[in-house]
Structures are given as C-alpha cells and as structure tokens.
Design a protein around this ligand. Structure first.
Ligand code: ATP
Length: 375
C-alpha cells in the first residue's frame, strides 16, 4: 500500500526548451496540467473526473512515470519519484486498451511480469490463484485473448495489474469499451476487489456515475486545473463553483441568472423576462443585497410543481416527458428552461401554467463573474 502526493504539478507537451524563463513566459494555456496538488491516503480509491481533454490521462501517466513532469513533485510515501523509472515505482497499470499478449494464454499473460522478475513457478501460481477469483477469470486461464469478450479481456487486464501486489493501482477508463450491463458488473467487481486488496487506487474516467460509485474521493478537473476534491456527497451537495455544480449530477443542476430584489424587507430571486420570484433562503440573507446579480443553482429533484396554490407566480410548462420511473418537466423562466425531475404521476400539458416549490435549503448561489460559490 502507498500514500500518493502531487505537489504543484505542471505538464506542457512539446517542452523541448524548459528554461525557467520559457516556463514563466509560456501562456498557461499551453499546459495540459496546471498547478495540480492532491493527496491519496493509503488504501484510498480516488477517481479523477472531468471532460475530454482536461488532463486526466496526462496526470495518470505522470504518476506512472510514462510522461515527464514539466514542474512540481510527485511522492509515493516520503519518496520523491519524479525521476524514478516506471518499473521501479511499484505501480500496477490497466489502461483502456487491454494490451494483452495474444499468443499467450491468460495464465501466461498474468505470469509474464513475474517471470521477468524471476519469481518461482510456485510464487507465480500462488499469486494467480489469489487474483483470478477476485476478477472472476479463474475459468479463463487456459484461453488466449482473441477468444475473450471485451469484459473478459478487461478483467484479465486488471488482474494482471494487481497480480504483483502493486503499491498503487492506476486504472485509465477501464470500463469505457464495455456495454451498459457489463460496465455495471465490472464496476461492482472492481469495488469488491478493492475492498479485498485495499490497494491505493486511482481511476480516470469521464463517467461521473463510475467515479461517484467507485471512489472514496473524486478529483474534478477542468482545463488542466483541479476544481474540487471531495467525497461523492461533498461534490454533489457542496460544489465549489458553477462548473462542478453543472458537471456532477444527472440530470444536471439548473443554473439560472438571477437578480436579487428586496421588497417588504424580504429578499427574492427574480429572473429576467419572467414573473417568477423565489424567496432567498434564510442562510443566504447576509450574503446578498438588493439588485445583486447571482447565479441560482437548483437540482431538478429539488424543485417541484406546487401541489396546492401558493403566493408564487405562474410559469408555463415547456416540455413534459414520462420516462417510466421518472417524469421530467421543464418550465420556461424568461428565455431559460428550468428542469425538474419527479416521480409524481400527474400529467401536464404544454403551456399549462403551474407554480413551483423550491427546496430552499438545497439551493446554491454562485457569483456570475467568477463562477465561485457564494458561501
Ligand atoms: P480524454 O478523456 O479525452 O482522454 P483527458 O482528460 O485524459 O481526455 P489528456 O489526454 O490528458 O486529457 O489531454 C490533455 C491535453 O493534453 C489535451 O489538450 C490533449 O490534446 C493534450 N495532449 C495529450 N497528449 C498529448 C501528447 N502526447 N502531445 C501533445 N499534446 C497532448
């Protein structure tokens, strides 16, 4: 097991000239990863999550030693590993493409690296006997990779990564080639395997469900920068900025431009070109002032059609969708749509006017200039 620390890590590709002057001068946009710092505790499962091109794989490859670091430090335990060869980092790697040796049996694929390390046949057998059932590959050991399904190949790939008891297990989009059901199955198995071996693990994914369900904590990146690191619940309940708020959660959080108005001593959120007024929750009263522009965030499950008439204004239904176990309702708020997700069985017609009820304590406020959360 191992603790991992990244400290102010930068990566710029094509960095032939790396003098300090060039480094300072180069626009930060040139960097695939910028000033990235985070820690993984011993045995922790961390997910790196973010949109395509945000620097997830680059980060993983720097940890693995497959990519040079432009600036910053990476530590495993107390050891700075910047200049350590990949083979000396005690890391298990499983990437999206399986890279198994086709002419070798699954057993030989699993044994390959241990043979290179001159382990005895008995040691190799013991390690494979332990790992194969964890990934459910014990019945595949005599088969060769071309005969395996995508899910089976990925199981073998992960088994190969953990068979040598690495200090750190790095998984790069291991489920992305698999279909829905297979993905879910393997996700459960990865989780079970982690409970069993408790190896510090990092998974890179752009699938929030994968990150939320597998990881103890999630690192959310955008444009090479860390946006937030926290438990799945923390990033869902307390997103630090508009990006995280909009990225985590399905369907995504509504983010509405709003102006605060004060009337009769009460603050309201108002919305351009709409009569909708929503009372500002108690906990924000000290943070807002009359005429202030804010972005109001509310998840589709935290706003509902009012069951009985309220003092609030009416808004028209724009879209009503019945998805079986859930209904999606969108109402027009000025030029924006506000989406709701509900399990109630009522049927709504387009343009029907309804009143809304917000779960006030579940709303989020962001500064429209910076996108940062207003505390
Ligand atoms: P995806 O989810 O699509 O795999 P990612 O978040 O893993 O994306 P990276 O692959 O780390 O992102 O890429 C980050 C940035 O670095 C991107 O702008 C990408 O084009 C660039 N990049 C990645 N690899 C190289 C390379 N070998 N040479 C030059 N630029 C690269």
């Amino acid at each position: 097991m191992a603790q991992l620390k990244l400290r102010n890590v930068y990566k710029r590709y094509d960095n032939a000239e790396k003098s300090f002057f060039r480094f300072r001068k180069a626009a930060l946009n040139d960097f695939a990863v910028k000033d990235l710092s985070f820690d993984c505790a011993d045995g922790e499962f961390v997910g790196i999550l973010g949109p395509s091109g945000c620097g997830k794989t680059t980060t993983l490859r720097m940890i693995a030693g497959l990519e040079e670091i432009t600036a910053g430090d990476i530590f495993i335990g107390d050891r700075r590993i910047n200049d350590l060869l990949p083979k000396d980092r005690n890391i298990g790697l499983a990437f999206e493409d399986y890279a198994l040796y086709p002419p070798l049996t699954v057993y030989e694929n699993l044994a390959f690296n241990m043979r290179a390390k001159r382990k005895t046949a008995a040691e190799i057998k013991k390690a494979i006997d332990y790992v194969a059932p964890l990934l459910k590959v014990e019945n595949l050991l005599e088969m060769k990779p071309p005969a395996l399904s995508g899910g089976q190949k990925q199981r073998v790939n992960i088994a190969r990564a953990i068979v040598r008891h690495p200090g750190l297990l790095l998984l790069d989009e291991p489920l992305s080639h698999l279909d829905g059901k297979m993905r879910q199955q393997l996700r459960h198995e990865i989780k079970r395997m982690h409970h069993e071996i408790k190896c510090t693990t990092i998974i890179v994914t752009h699938d929030q469900l994968e990150a939320m369900s597998l990881a103890d904590r999630i690192v959310i990146m955008k444009d090479g920068e860390l946006q937030q690191m926290g438990t799945p619940l923390e990033v869902y309940d307390n997103p630090v900025n508009e990006f995280v708020a909009g990225f985590i959660g399905e369907p995504p959080m509504n983010l509405l431009s709003s102006v605060i108005e004060k009337g009769d001593g009460v603050f309201f959120f108002t919305f351009p070109d709409s009569d909708l007024r929503v009372e500002v929750p108690e906990r924000y009263r000290r943070q807002v002032e009359d005429k202030q522009k804010v972005t109001l965030g509310v998840r589709p499950v935290d706003v509902t059609v009012a069951a009985r008439e309220t003092r609030g204004s009416f808004v028209p239904i724009a879209i009503y969708e019945n998805l079986g176990d859930e209904r999606r309702i969108s109402v027009r708020v000025g030029s924006n749509l506000l989406n709701m997700a509900t399990s109630d069985d009522l049927w709504y017609e387009k343009d029907q006017k309804v009143q809304l009820e917000f779960k006030a304590e579940r709303t989020h406020l962001f500064d429209p200039e910076t996108g940062n959360r207003i505390q």
